[in-house]
Design a protein around this ligand. Structure first.
Ligand code: GUN
Length: 292
């Protein structure tokens, strides 16, 4: 069994980006520039955005954090987005989710210029991805594809069962893995909460992508010997004996499933750490696409 180490792989990707950035600097080019918009004071969002900004600094990108009051109006946020769309010093930006309840998230995401949408949440990027055009791919499916490719997990001609059909994980990964190219050419089944006889399907799978959000749902009896397992779940499960009062659990009963699998991502330390590296990668791509 090989563990797909997301921490190590994301560090490798950051080092590769750092090298590219220093070459750009040597040529006298402007550095890639990412901005993050954070509305309000949600603790988890502050942590995420903080580590995104620190990672930008680490690889040599310029970064800007725009903090807005919790009670900002939707119109004022749309005006801020318009400013960011027009800012030529900026290659890409993200609006950290979730937004306060009085703001229509979909309206905000639709207002982002697709050319600067490094989260890949705009329908134009989803459509471009599906049509195999240059596109910003959301960080989680992009990170999974990188793990599969870098660890040379066999996918061509293999049966992949994706459990979950969300717009930012299940649906895009099912499209990407069925496309031509590295980590692609798989035969993909999309299963979800309404799927009947799920275990019958997962037992036929060479690769299982779990993106359901139910802790330790996938057990050893649901898995074929030698399958590759990708766990996207990150659920906080209350645990008094832990200093934080909770532990993070994936969708896979790791210990028992690991014994039957060829490859497996741990939680934490698997898919999760890849996401910031892929956001940086998208920002670099934004810089490169805007040059051409
Ligand atoms: N909130 C949690 N994850 C994400 C993400 O990847 N992008 C944005 N914009 N908000 C998030």
């Amino acid at each position: 069994m090989i563990r797909l180490d997301g921490k190590q792989t994301s560090n490798e990707i950051k080092e590769e980006i750092k090298v590219t950035v220093s070459e750009m600097k040597a040529r006298g080019e402007r550095m890639p520039h990412l901005a993050a918009v954070l509305v309000g004071n949600d603790g988890a969002s502050l942590t995420y955005v903080g580590s995104k900004v620190r990672s930008c600094e680490y690889v040599g990108f310029d970064s800007t954090l725009i903090r807005l009051e919790e009670d900002i109006t939707e119109d004022a946020l749309l005006a801020q987005i318009d400013t960011l769309n027009k800012d030529e010093s900026l290659d890409g930006y993200i609006v950290q989710l979730p937004l306060p309840k009085h703001i229509d998230e979909e309206k905000i995401l639709l207002a982002i210029d697709p050319k600067k949408d490094v989260d890949g949440f705009h329908p134009a990027n989803f459509g471009r991805m599906a049509l195999e055009l240059d596109a910003f791919i959301p960080a989680t499916p992009f990170g999974i594809m990188q793990l599969l490719e870098r660890y040379k997990v066999p996918t061509s001609g293999k049966h992949c069962v994706v459990v979950g059909r969300s717009h930012i994980v299940g649906r895009p990964i099912s499209i990407l893995m069925s496309q031509k190219g590295p980590a692609g050419n798989a035969t993909v089944t999309v299963a979800h909460s309404r799927t009947e006889n799920l275990a019958e399907l997962t037992r036929q799978a060479d690769i299982i992508v779990m993106a359901l959000g139910i802790p330790e749902y996938l057990t050893a009896d649901m898995v074929k010997e030698g399958a590759a397992i990708i766990d996207v779940g990150i659920t906080r499960v209350p645990n008094e004996s832990h200093p934080k009062g909770y532990v993070i659990k994936g969708d896979v009963a790791f210990d028992e499933v690991a014994q039957k699998s060829s490859f497996i991502t741990p939680v934490p330390g698997g898919v999760g750490p890849m996401t910031i590296a892929m956001l940086l990668k998208n920002t670099l791509l934004a810089r490169q696409w805007n040059l051409s």
